[in-house]
Design a protein around this ligand. Structure first.
Ligand SMILES: C[S@@+](CC[C@H](N)C(=O)[O-])C[C@H]1O[C@@H](n2cnc3c(N)ncnc32)[C@H](O)[C@@H]1O
Length: 437
């Protein structure tokens, strides 16, 4: 029988095991964190994110140190040692504490017979230091298929992308222009002792020098500011939402972009936000309420237009499709463990399906912004190219913007360790009768 309260490292090992079995950190971390005292929860988060970020490198070292793999039923001890190696290699924790507490955690997990092995292995790891990586997987700490795909897709940028994915992402804010200007909010931050600077490309963005809990942000509870990466904030630049428009946000949860759109039009337009996930839809409502914004929410498969559309065309559509999320790995390092190469083609099928289905709901002359947080052309420029090949009334707009690279079929932002996430945007305009002549 397992004791009821496990120590920090044992809980971290359970989280990594759950991720290996297919759960995301967003799903399993809050559940496991609840078993710990509140003051230990930030440490749990740091351990789990760090271990996922460096999983492939740590696993390479651990595997080479183990004479043979542990039995399947002892897999949790493998993960416990990964957590300890993460601390030895990437944290300031004194190694004696890491060793002692990991051995205690091993016993608390009911694996006392393996405590000697854990102790010996970690002692050797401490004494000998980090070994040279034996593979690209270990060197770049990414799954091999992802490294190969990036190398193939981005021959000049793949190492930069891998490096950016392993860096800690900055905390970036979007100020709510309905409550004052960015300069005014920068002043409020300064007064609160929270240093930050205006983002380069997003008009309303502020990148903080260091992350802070949101409760410390001036006016957060009253909707004066939101947390949103700079690249995600760019969605309004091409959508150009207007206060008189009927706007659709087709894959909306948790609503970051829905709220950015509503703020841009002073909460005046008619915005419909759809998401197929019943679990995620309430997150949109929470965000709307905090920001005092309003939109109509529908739980539906956006591609199943007959199910939700009243036949009134939209002036503007944001289609932020489900994707591999390979542009936001630095924020979600569990993607390295969760994503499979075989996921990409089915995702591309869903993406083009959503785009084709929603196109009929756009009025002639209206614009649709297609967005992903992926860095794979298969989900980005190739979707747009395919779509333009089959849809004669669709035209690609490439209005001048200072950000991203022109792919010929939309603009790609690669993750930048100094600033924004990886993202892709393409803006499509529907030809009106005058444009078809
Ligand atoms: C990239 S996330 C959207 C992020 C959101 N736009 C934001 O900025 O906060 C993609 C969303 O699409 C939803 N989704 C996936 N397939 C869908 C479909 N067929 N119809 C509607 N929503 C879908 C997922 O539940 C997920 O919430």
């Amino acid at each position: 029988m397992m004791p009821r309260e496990l120590p920090l490292r044992a809980v971290a090992a359970r989280v990594i095991l759950a991720v290996e079995q297919g759960e995301s950190l967003n799903q399993c971390l809050p559940v496991e964190a609840h078993t710990l005292e509140p003051d230990l929860r930030p440490q749990l988060q740091a351990l789990c994110y760090g271990t996922c970020r460096w999983f492939h490198r740590l696993d390479d070292e651990l595997t080479s140190r183990l004479r043979k793999p542990l039995r399947k039923q002892d897999r949790i001890v493998h993960h416990l040692m990964l957590v300890a190696l993460f601390q030895l290699r990437f944290s300031e924790n004194p190694s004696y504490a890491v060793l002692n507490e990991t051995v205690e955690a091993c016993k608390a997990l009911g694996k006392t017979p393996l405590a000697g092995l854990v102790n010996g292995l970690l002692r050797a790891a401490e004494r000998e230091g980090a070994p040279a990586p034996t593979s690209d997987e270990a060197r770049y700490s990414h799954p091999g298929w992802m490294i190969e795909k990036l190398r193939h897709n981005w021959p000049e940028h793949w190492q930069g992308i891998l490096g950016a994915n392993n860096a800690q992402a900055p905390m970036t804010l979007r100020i709510n222009r309905m409550h004052g200007s960015r300069d005014e909010y920068l002043d409020r931050l300064r007064e609160a002792g929270i240093p930050g600077r205006a983002t380069e490309f997003a008009d309303l963005g502020i990148q903080l020098d260091r992350p802070v809990p949101v409760d410390l942000l001036p006016g957060f509870a009253h909707g004066h500011v939101s947390v949103q990466d700079e690249a995600a904030q760019l969605c309004t630049q091409w959508l150009k939402p207007g206060p008189e428009q009927r706007i659709l946000d087709a894959c909306a949860a948790p609503g970051g972009k829905t709220c950015a759109i509503l703020e841009a039009i002073d909460n005046q337009g008619e915005v419909l936000a759809i998401d197929e996930s019943a679990d995620r839809l309430p997150r949109i409502q929470e965000n709307l309420e905090r920001l005092q914004l309003s939109a109509r929410l529908i739980e539906a498969d956006a591609a199943d237009v007959d199910q939700w559309w009243d036949g009134q065309p939209f002036d503007a559509i944001l289609l932020d499709v489900p994707c591999s999320a390979t542009g936001v790995i630095r924020r979600h390092p569990d993607i390295k463990l969760l994503r499979r190469e075989t996921d990409i083609t089915p995702l591309a099928t869903i993406q083009i399906g959503l785009l084709s289905a929603l196109w009929q709901t756009l009025r002639p002359g209206g614009r649709l912004v297609y967005a992903t947080c992926s860095v794979f052309p298969q989900e980005n420029s190739r979707i747009i190219r395919r779509f333009l090949g089959q849809q004669t009334d669709a035209r690609l707009l490439d209005e001048p913007v200072a950000w991203g690279m022109d792919t010929g079929h939309g603009r790609q932002l690669l993750p930048n360790p100094e600033s924004h996430d990886g993202f892709f945007y393409a803006c499509l305009k529907k030809g009106g009768p005058e444009e078809r002549q």
